[in-house]
Structures are given as C-alpha cells and as structure tokens.
Design a protein around this ligand. Structure first.
Ligand code: SAJ
Length: 429
C-alpha cells in the first residue's frame, strides 16, 4: 500500500521530527497543531523545541513544499496522532488522554474508506482498541475492515531523535493484520531498523515495559548507592565490576529519574492493574524520593546547608539536553533552598532556567563566585569537564559534591577540594 499524503496531529518532540522526516522522504505531509504559536514559529523558520539537527530538517521540509502547516487536519491517505499524554493526579497518578480523544475527534470528519490511522502517543494498554477505535467508528466505518488502525510507539532518545527515528527497530501493532501491514508500508518509507508487526495492545505494552524496565533498573542502582554509602563502598566501582558479568547490566545511580517518559510511563502500567504492580510502584517511589535523598546527602557531607552559599550546576533532566521536564535536579535545588541554603544555579543549555527560591546565575563563574560548595547535578559535557582549578580561583570554599559519578577525584583533590560522590561512603570507598 502506498501512502502519498499524511496528516500528523501534534508537532511536539515526536510529531515534528516525524512529520519532517516523512516530508523529506517524499511524502506530502500536513503538520497540525492546535497551538498557533508552534505553527507561527515554524513558519518563521525556527522551532519551538531543541533537538540537534531538527531546525535544519524542518526548514528543508518546509522549503521542499512537502510539509505544510495548519491548525486543523484535512483529508489524507494516513493520519498519525502524536499528541501529549500527561499524567494527572497523585493517588493514584493516571493518564490524561484528552489530547488523544480530541485528535481522534478532529480526524473523524476527514476519515475515508481505506485510510490508515496510527496512534504514536504513549498510552495505557487498550487505548487504541477501547478508546480511539470507537471514536473513529462514529464515522460509520469499521476499524480493521473499512479503515486501518494501529499503534506504533516512538522509542527515540531525546538528543538523538533524528538518527534513532530512522535506525531504531519499530513495532507496529494493528487492530488486525491488515492494519499492521499498512503501518509497515507507511513507516518503511524512512525506517531502516527492523519493523516488527504485532497487535495494538501488545505494542502499547511493549513501549511501557521498556521504560518501566529502565525505571526499575535505575531504581535498584539508586538503592545500591544508598546501601554503598552505609557500607562505605564505592557504588560506581561496584557496579562496574558487577557489570562485567555477562548477564548483568546495572544502570547508573543519580539524583533521580526525570524527563517526560521514564518517570511517568510506569504509572500507565500501574494504573492498568493496581494490585499486580508492587515492584513498579516501589521503583517509582525510590526514584521519586531520590532528589530529597540527594539533598540530604549533600547536607550531611557539608555538615548542614542552612545559610551556606552553593553553586548548583545543571538543571536539565539529563545530560546534554535542555529539557527540564520532571527534572530531579530541580527537585534537589528546591529541597536545598527549603533547607535554608543560598543556591545559585547554572544550566548551560537553558541559561534562563529558574528554580523558585534560587538565584539564576549568568554563567558558570558567576554561579561559583564566593560559593562555599559546588554541586554537580547534571553530567552535561561542559560540566563534566569543569576545571577544578578554575572553580577554586573564584570559590570561597573547597567542598564539591558530584551526584553523577563523573568528576575525576584526583583532579579535584589536587585543587584542594574535599569531593563527595553520591553512592560513595565517607572514606571514599
Ligand atoms: N538516568 C539515570 N541513570 C541511568 C540512566 C538514566 O539516573 O543510568 C536518568 C536520567 O538522568 C534521566 C532519566 O533517567 O533523568 C531518563 O533518562 P533516559 O536517558 O534513560 O531516558 P529518556 O526519558 O530520555 O528516554 C527514554 C528512552 N527509553 C529507553 O531507553 C527505554 C527512549 O528510548 C524513549 O523513546 C523515551 O524514554 C520515551 O519517549 O519514552
């Protein structure tokens, strides 16, 4: 089956790169977003999100004429839904699917026999079958018979989206085999990775299992770090050795798990069967409490933080991205502020980023100037490479805390610092 025209609903972190990639591979794409600002920025030749290579790709997609923009969908061979599915509420947190419902309802008047509709948004299992299909069937057409419907999750890593979009394996789960096959025909326009066909609910579950697996794995790394501090062990060395085992792959401890995926997706599974998911919930609790734990670790290594001036380096949710969503670094800074510290933050990839109660420095030197302690919260390349001698030249104190296990101990100690590392006992392991 050949799809010549495609309508992509939602031009965010996934929808925009996907729309641009289809457009640069010869498909006529209508990019739809309900936020006029997103369209305006794109029309001005810019983009509203940061992702390496995306601005240039969007420009060439628009210049080729293959990508056009609108606030509403129109008739097309295929429709792709890539809208946000945030988590709402706390006890228990659950998926807010209003944007998916709205997108399906926007497609409804344009749906024609033989069309393909693909949901890409991360969604609780059964969303495609129980929620999207009934909305589209209000057209009088039947899913699987008159039109094709599938779920295909994005699995790309922020920071490497354009490459992973093309190279990663992709699962396509149709409501019936014909829908899966149609999905394969659509994505094989640019996907070089393996395309695996499955059913819609399995594909939904696969996506959630991947991110939940990672959350649980990071959770145990964080728990090992806490244990190592008690036992006076260096968790980084211990993990390195454990990972020499051919069937062990422990991830890295840190100040917690952030971003819009791994810290949220496990709740989509927990919500599906609350009584059957104790492990998923426990891991979530460990990771969600890690920023507070990290702030306490910093306070204990500094002998208290009240009234102390400190530089907090990095606010993004992980290294080398400018994204602050659900960032544990922000949680650590807030906890330090609440404990009475004067915190100056510096986020090199989002210099304007501000945490309530903290001061936003204009540069790394300004953050460090006069500080009694420096804390590394995100292992951005330029922060990993911070020269301790340069820091010492402007700081008042010689306390350094590394929550990512990346600063070279010898260099910091040579510059006169007392370096504490998350997951390392008092004596340095
Ligand atoms: N983190 C650790 N220790 C680690 C690895 C990560 O503390 O060893 C932290 C990071 O600092 C960050 C968080 O976990 O705060 C998540 O970062 P990440 O790089 O693990 O994942 P994301 O959220 O950027 O992207 C994930 C990816 N999923 C998997 O690797 C299984 C990506 O492929 C998905 O497409 C994405 O979620 C998504 O959109 O679901």
């Amino acid at each position: 089956m050949k799809f010549e025209s495609l309508c992509v609903l939602g031009l965010g972190y996934i929808g925009l790169p996907t729309a641009c990639t289809f457009a640069t591979h010869g498909v006529k794409v209508l990019g739809v977003d309900v936020n006029p600002r997103v369209l305006e920025v794109l029309r001005q030749g810019d983009i509203h999100i940061q992702e390496p290579g995306l601005r240039a790709l969007a420009q060439s997609a628009l210049e080729s004429g293959n990508l056009t923009l609108a606030e509403q969908p129109s008739a097309a061979d295929a429709f792709l839904i890539a809208v946000p599915t945030p988590i709402v509420g706390v006890s228990p947190p659950r998926a807010d699917l209003r944007a998916v419902v709205a997108a399906a309802e926007m497609i409804l008047p344009h749906l024609r026999r033989g069309n393909l509709v693909v949901l890409e948004s991360t969604s609780p299992p059964r969303t495609t079958v129980d929620m999207v299909a009934p909305i589209l069937e209000r057209s009088g057409l039947r899913a699987g018979a008159d039109f094709l419907l599938a779920y295909s999750p994005e699995r790309v890593l922020p920071g490497q989206i354009l490459r992973e979009l093309v190279e990663n394996a992709r699962v396509i789960g149709g409501v019936n085999p014909a829908s899966s096959e149609a999905g394969r025909d659509l994505y094989s326009v640019f996907v070089k990775g393996e395309i695996v066909l499955s059913d819609a609910t399995t594909a939904e579950m696969v996506k959630l299992m991947e991110n939940t697996y990672r959350d649980v794995n990071i959770g145990i790394a964080n728990e090992f770090a806490r244990l190592a501090e008690h036992l006076d062990v260096d968790v980084w060395k211990a993990i390195e050795i454990a990972n020499l085992h051919p069937r062990v792959g422990i991830l890295r401890p840190g100040p917690g798990v952030g971003g819009h995926c791994i810290s949220l997706d496990p709740w989509f599974l927990a919500e599906a069967a609350p009584g059957e998911t104790p492990l998923i919930r426990a891991a979530r609790q460990v990771n969600a409490s890690q920023p507070a734990y990290t702030a306490q670790f910093i306070a204990s290594r500094m002998g208290g933080v009240r009234g102390r001036t400190m530089a907090a380096l990095g606010l993004a949710y992980k290294a080398d991205v400018d994204d602050l969503r659900e960032s544990p670094a922000v949680g650590v800074v807030s906890a330090l502020v609440q404990a009475g510290a004067f915190v100056r933050t510096w986020e090199p990839l989002a210099p304007e980023a501000h945490v309530e109660g903290a001061e936003t420095a204009a540069g790394v030197e300004e953050a460090l100037r006069g500080a009694q302690a420096v804390v590394l919260l995100v292992d951005h390349r330029e922060l990993r490479q911070l020269d301790p001698a340069r820091a010492a030249a402007v700081m008042a104190g010689r306390v350094a805390v590394d929550t990512r296990g990346v600063w070279p101990r010898a260099d910091w100690e040579a510059a006169g610092y007392q370096l504490s590392v998350l997951g390392v006992g008092q004596t340095g392991g």
